[in-house]
Design a protein around this ligand. Structure first.
Ligand SMILES: *Cc1c(COP(=O)(O)O)cnc(C)c1O
Length: 528
């Protein structure tokens, strides 16, 4: 009977994090490892027992294998579980997924996080959902018309004459845009243009894209107001510069007020101006990128036009192109002719200079339907209000927290507000500690340590869809944690989270040495 002593969380031996680490005289821990209704969940293989079966299958009669000796020799090793056990396992797993449907997601650099249910309904209409990408164009005229109308909206919102729909994400949109720039320079015989200027606050995908296109990346410093240092930028321009890649609003959540002057300087130097439009939701309907002098810009339908992020669905990164770059747009081109709309698949005729295919078929059709639904349900004035509300929410947070945390830069922000760790350092508490403490308070942490130009960055993006009451709850939690620091509670933050089933994980080890294969635990020792 001595093997029944509590062993903490139900995990296979060897994978158990110290079961419970009492930090407040044991009060934080429970004997089961569960926290209130947050139930410890082991792998399904650890729960089931091989040989136990949830289904009754009759033994086959007179069964003769016909696999010519290739039949399985050993047991298949599937866990034996009843149907309720399986249902509970997966339901509990699904509940561990903190989601926008569960609460506030203050992550910055993600922009909007609203997936309207109407989008899902439209995307499931059989006329869209049951199409096959290889169907003849004549049988999918409605879907092509939707794509055409989506590009019309994107042209109106950007002021650009051409839209490439295929790219599958923002990062691929960048690749698409930079490939058109490379193709344009090549077509004009400007092979000497090998340098691409990228501000140091840029998203990592910007320098990666430039490098992938064969360019040398040259970093431009930020000034003390979190903007591009225009003098430093101008000093770096020259006959070997292919392009500038600039994000606006930038990754510090700030508008680049000198953007028109920057565009002119870039063009005067014979280079193109690539804009990373991942933060377009902050200015959509307010300003047209073409009017700022931008030559090419990707948009993330999942950041500006309400299609799902990350695990919720494939991304989509359409690219808006100026007339000078439009001839190089990727295939297929959506063109209208005497028989209606069709997809031009070959680099011939007007599309002869195309960079070719970037993506199978024509892009993420399901995302086009969702984004288009969102546009129609808001209208142009509604989209403008989205931008205004997103900026208002972020400034509300910034104003409410400016004396609690330390804002990284003076003045108002755009769609996200940025703090540094200056106010935490005197307590010897890090940004990570603060983020972990937010988990205990029932909030997903903010983006931390990005952008890299700010020490211990906390980037907070409330978005346009959070009600004021929810923002106030978040503000109260942050202020409460700060008050705890002021009353000598730094230790408690340094060891947070206290109430989540898993606590501080070795993220570096998990990334560098991922354990991707489950191995059965060693057979149980006989009872002492
Ligand atoms: C998200 C983001 C990207 C990359 O977009 P994906 O769709 O995730 O590939 C690029 N730049 C910025 C500024 C971003 O925020």
């Amino acid at each position: 009977m001595s093997d029944t002593k509590p062993t903490g969380p139900r995990r296979a031996s060897g994978t158990v994090e110290a079961a419970v680490v009492p930090t407040d005289g044991g009060l934080a821990g429970t004997v089961s490892g569960n926290r209130a209704l947050a139930i410890e969940e082991s792998l399904i293989f650890e729960q089931g027992e091989v040989g136990r079966c949830g289904v009754d299958l009759p033994e086959p009669e007179n069964f003769k294998p016909r696999l010519g000796g290739l039949e399985r020799k050993g047991a298949i090793g599937l866990p034996g579980l009843s149907e309720p056990q399986v249902v509970r396992h997966f339901t509990r797993l699904s509940q561990k997924n903190y989601a926008i449907d569960a609460g506030l997601f203050p992550l910055g650099s993600c922009t909007m996080k609203h997936n309207p249910r109407l989008n899902e309904k439209m995307a499931r209409l059989p006329g869209f959902a049951d199409l096959h990408p290889l169907q003849p164009d004549s049988t999918v005229q409605g879907a092509l018309a939707l794509m055409d109308d989506l590009t019309r909206w994107l042209k109106a919102l950007t002021g650009m004459p051409a839209i490439a729909l295929p790219p599958a994400a923002g990062a691929q949109g960048e690749l698409c845009g930079m490939m058109t720039i490379r193709a344009a320079h090549d077509a004009h015989g400007h092979n000497e243009r090998r340098r691409v200027l990228v501000p140091e606050s840029a998203h990592g995908t910007n320098p990666a894209t430039a490098a992938l296109c064969g360019y040398h990346v040259d970093s431009i410093p930020a000034n003390d107001r979190g903007r591009v240092d225009v003098a430093a930028l101008k000093a770096k321009l020259g006959p070997d510069v292919a392009a500038l890649m600039l994000t606006n609003p930038n990754t510090c959540g700030l508008f680049e007020p000198d953007i028109v002057e920057i565009a002119k300087a870039v063009h005067d130097a014979g280079a193109y101006f690539y804009c990373d439009g991942a933060n377009f939701n902050a200015i959509v309907g307010k300003v047209r990128p073409a009017d700022l002098g931008i030559d090419v810009m990707h948009m993330n339908l999942h950041k500006t036009f309400s299609t799902p992020h990350g695990g919720g669905g494939p991304g989509s990164g359409p690219v808006a192109l100026a007339a000078s770059l439009a001839p190089y747009a990727p295939l297929p081109w959506l063109v209208s002719g005497p028989d209606g709309l069709r997809l031009q698949e070959q680099a011939t005729g007007a599309a002869a200079a195309s960079i070719g295919r970037l993506k199978s078929f024509h892009g993420q059709m399901g995302m086009f339907v969702r984004a288009y639904t969102y546009m129609l349900s808001h209208g142009s004035d509604g989209l403008r209000q989205v931008a205004e509300d997103a900026v208002l929410s972020a400034n509300y947070l910034l104003a409410a927290l400016k004396d609690t945390l330390t804002p990284a830069y003076p003045g108002p922000c755009m769609h996200e507000c940025l703090f540094d760790d200056e106010g935490l350092r005197k307590y010897e508490v890090s940004t990570l500690d603060f983020a972990k403490a937010l988990i205990d308070e029932g909030f997903h942490p903010t983006t931390i340590y990005f952008p890299l130009v700010v020490h211990g960055a906390m980037l907070v993006e409330p978005t346009e869809t959070e009600p004021k009451a929810e923002l106030d709850r978040f503000i109260a939690a942050v202020r409460g944690l700060k008050a705890r620091l002021d009353s000598g509670g730094a230790d408690r933050l340094r060891t947070a989270p206290h109430f989540s089933p898993r606590r501080r994980l070795d993220e570096t080890r998990a990334a560098r040495q991922p354990v991707l294969r489950w191995s059965p635990p060693a057979p149980k020792q006989a009872a002492e």
